[in-house]
Ligand binder design. Structure first.
Ligand code: C2E
Ligand code: MG
Ligand code: MG
Ligand code: MG
Length: 282
């Protein structure tokens, strides 16, 4: 299971991080060429609709298949990419690749792409998004952009403009990791998100905390009133899945339902679980 998660070599990577500064410098150098050298790879994690337990889409999660370090998880290089500005190239690659791949899936499956704040600053994002959609031919409403609360923290006018432009194209916008920021509620007022992704920390604690159950219930109710859907993140057990279904959460995602997986596995999963849909689409 560690392998599917792309984390198998991560432990070794951490073990020899003795000279952290040199290491970081080396990572930056390597990351500069990673996009050009085809070392980035997308993994996909399925999301299930809780009304009929069908796959509703996949979240694209980037991995760096480093020639010596092995599979590097995003937590280890996205922050560096953000600091150095390389996130613009990485982010554009992710968006293009996710759209291209999802365009080959059955029509009712969506793809979700994570965005860093920096990608939405300035006025570069609009053209990048338009190009990704037109190059791939992916219908705009099959693409979801996931942004965290930190995205709305800085340069908010530009960011809001970029998000509004995405929505006007028909692209969906989700608030990721809801509940972990400082003022989640005020962000809900500032931008009409299509979806709230309830952070894994809340979902996980539903297993032992009545208060957490109440909070998640309230978030689901709030989302309904604002005409937004909800996706629970980090669903690791059957009990949590049942609870979330019972309280009316729209979708769920987590290790219990499926780990992030390489594209070959996605295609198998789509064929096996939605063969009737695939047949209908042909
Ligand atoms: P995220 O967008 O909140 O993605 C969910 C993370 O939770 C993923 O980690 C996923 O593997 C993990 N996860 C999913 N289900 C479970 C579960 O049941 N239990 C546990 N313990 N974890 C679960 P991953 O792939 O390591 O990604 C971490 C973060 O890196 C993402 O958090 C996202 O913020 C960022 N990221 C990933 N891909 C991209 C990208 O292409 N661009 C940007 N800007 N950020 C990315
Ligand atoms: Mg996400
Ligand atoms: Mg999240
Ligand atoms: Mg997260």
């Amino acid at each position: 299971r560690a392998k599917e998660d792309g984390r198998n070599t991560h432990r070794f990577f951490q073990a020899d991080m003795g000279t952290a500064v040199n290491d970081r410098r080396e990572l930056i150098t390597d990351l500069r060429s990673a996009v050009a050298n085809n070392e980035l790879e997308l993994f996909f994690q399925p999301q299930y609709a809780l009304d009929d337990f069908r796959i509703s889409g996949f979240e694209a999660l980037v991995r760096w298949n480093h020639p010596r370090r092995g599979m590097v998880p995003p937590g280890d290089f996205i922050p560096i990419a953000e600091d150095t500005g390389l996130i613009l190239q990485v982010g554009e690659w992710v968006l293009n690749e996710a759209c291209r791949i999802a365009a080959g899936w059955p029509e009712d499956l969506r793809v979700a792409v994570n965005l860093s704040p920096r990608q939405l600053r300035g006025h570069a994002f609009g053209p990048v998004l338009v190009k990704a959609l037109s190059d791939s031919g992916l219908r705009a409403d099959r693409l979801e952009l996931e942004v965290t609360e930190t995205v709305l923290l800085t340069d908010s006018e530009e960011v809001l403009e970029a998000l509004h432009q995405a929505k006007s194209l028909g692209v969906k916008v989700s608030m990721d990791d809801f509940g972990t920021g400082y003022s989640s509620l005020s962000y809900l007022r500032r931008f009409p998100f299509d979806k709230i992704k309830i952070d894994q920390s809340f979902v996980r604690s539903m297993a032992y905390s009545e208060d957490s159950i109440s909070i998640v219930k309230a978030v689901i109710e709030l989302a309904k009133n604002l005409d937004m859907t909800t996706t629970a993140e980090g669903v690791e057990t059957r009990e949590l899945l049942d609870m979330l279904t019972e309280i009316g959460c729209t979708d769920a995602q987590g290790y219990y339902l499926g780990r992030p997986m390489p594209l070959e596995r996605v295609e198998e999963l789509i064929c096996n679980s939605q063969s009737s849909l695939t047949a209908a689409a042909q």
